[in-house]
Design a protein around this ligand. Structure first.
Ligand code: SF4
Ligand code: SF4
Length: 470
């Protein structure tokens, strides 16, 4: 919770020096200028492939984690779980543990009860506002937006976003909680397909817990042989989704492992080994169940099959081995994840930061000038994708005798022009290409616009067409 909340709230305030011509916010989704900044990486809209690649990596990573440790995403990093946990901490702080809260809810509305409830809801609201507030800082310079927001000068969309996220955080994290996981989230349904019998899932180990019994000393004195579960219900009391893990695997279990901690504490008190509830694979569980049932696949669990005379587990009982994580499925997921990551890194490291795009005029497609030469009009867009001003050379190539003239550039028509382009900007140019009549080929003739930048040695080529009468 501390790590994920820390990342969420602190990230927009991290600075990253990109020079005087680019924002210094380390992570910024600059909607106005259509840029995404992530530390040393800057993504333009046409480079969305990198974001798509990251999303694919996140998806494959989720498959990998799920096939190894079940719903670890749900239990540890899903925002719904993290904020629900945070709201629970606040609730415990003001109203006490579960039993105290049940007592409080049954009490009449005294001043003390009202004060506790008010304090809890007010703190929840402050957290909800901070959650929405942190979100908008990802979309603009955080210190400037914070000042503008506090002084009423921020755009309406900022206030609207904070209002919506405040409401959803308060309702989902404080009021609905696990109902979101159980009834609204599609992930529990999908993830079941990714688990196999070697995936680690939170498991109640019936083979050592049953027959569960309270008052075990008394039971033993009466000649009964109880399992390790003392039927204290601590695991049920802490479960945020309100299930009893002793009933077996359930869709509602988000693998938060709170029941493991609660049960371990109980095992410490009663003097048994920890791990009555533990991360276990279905394969190990089934094996141990067969041992507990005397080698059968069904029947009653007999604790004397599980422990020897000294109370230790018999050798046949199997525990988790780390090498069980290395399976064909997890190896394929890891290889796919790494391959996409390496491909993205190579593509990022070798991409050009100079681009040219050209749009041919549609109407008219060509013009015949008074001397008989043919002229075509183009919109040429030169993209300087670095945070420094650069002079880009635009060259016309492959059209015999042709010259170009550029609106706004006071120079004789020619085949090459030096064009200054501002840092991190696109410069659109109106370009007119003319070819002498005697050199014009009928119909469509391919040629190229070439942009070059000397210092970085970058080049980009756009293959265009010159249109003439048939
Ligand atoms: S059963 Fe255990 S791991 Fe699953 S949600 Fe409940 S407390 Fe968390
Ligand atoms: S916390 Fe452990 S001992 Fe207590 S009821 Fe749950 S499984 Fe049994």
């Amino acid at each position: 919770m501390a790590v994920t909340l820390g990342i969420y709230y602190i990230t927009p305030w991290l600075r990253w020096d990109r020079g005087p011509h680019a924002p210094d916010q380390a992570v910024l989704i600059d909607m106005a200028n259509r840029r995404f900044y992530f530390f040393f990486v800057e993504i333009w809209p046409q480079e969305f492939i990198y974001i798509a690649g990251l999303l694919v990596m996140a998806g494959v990573g989720l498959f990998l984690i799920t096939s190894v440790v079940g719903r670890a995403w749900c239990g540890y990093t899903c925002p719904q779980t993290v904020w629900t946990d945070l709201f629970l901490v606040i609730e415990r702080f003001f109203e006490g543990d579960r039993n105290a809260r049940i007592r409080l809810d049954k009490e009449p509305w005294t001043g003390s009860k009202i004060a506790k409830k008010l304090a809890k809801h007010a703190t929840w609201l402050v957290i909800a506002v901070a959650t929405g507030g942190a979100w908008i800082f990802y979309f603009a310079d955080a210190p400037t937006l914070a000042y503008n927001f506090a002084t009423g000068q921020a755009p309406f969309i900022a206030y609207a976003t904070v209002a919506v996220l405040t409401a959803t955080t308060y309702v989902f994290g404080g009021i609905m909680r696990e109902q979101v996981c159980i009834y609204m989230c599609p992930w529990p349904r999908i993830q079941a397909a990714m688990l196999d019998e070697n995936s680690l899932v939170v498991t109640y180990n019936d083979w050592r817990g049953e027959p569960r019994m309270r008052g075990q000393k008394k039971a033993k004195a009466q000649g009964l042989l109880p399992g390790d579960c003392v039927d204290c219900n601590a695991c049920v009391a802490v479960c945020p989704t309100g299930i009893d893990i002793r009933d077996g695997q359930q869709l509602e279990c988000i693998t938060c492992a709170l029941c493991i901690d609660a049960c371990d504490a109980v095992m410490d008190k009663v003097g048994h080994e920890r791990g009555l509830i533990s991360y276990a694979t279905l394969a190990d569980y089934n094996h141990n169940m067969r041992v507990a049932m005397g080698g059968e696949n069904s029947g009653a669990i007999d604790p004397s099959n599980v422990r020897d005379q000294n109370g230790n587990f018999v050798d046949a009982i199997r525990g988790f081995k780390w090498r069980e994580m290395l399976r064909l499925r997890t190896i394929i997921y890891t290889a796919a994840w790494a391959a996409i990551g390496i491909a993205l890194l190579i593509a990022l490291g070798t991409r050009d930061r100079l681009e040219v795009n050209v749009l041919h005029d549609r109407n008219p497609v060509f013009t015949t000038l008074s001397d008989g030469s043919i002229r075509n009009g183009y919109t040429v867009k030169i993209l300087n994708m670095v945070a420094e001003p650069r002079t880009i050379t635009l060259t016309l190539d492959g059209l015999p005798g042709a010259v170009m003239a550029i609106n706004g550039i006071d120079a004789e028509p020619g085949t090459s022009f030096d064009i200054p382009v501002e840092p991190d900007k696109l410069r659109p140019l109106r370009v007119f290409v003319s070819q002498p009549r005697d050199m014009v080929a009928p119909g469509s003739t391919p040629f190229s616009f070439i942009v070059e930048e000397g210092e970085a040695g970058e080049t980009d080529i756009y293959n265009a067409n010159f249109e003439a009468p048939e």
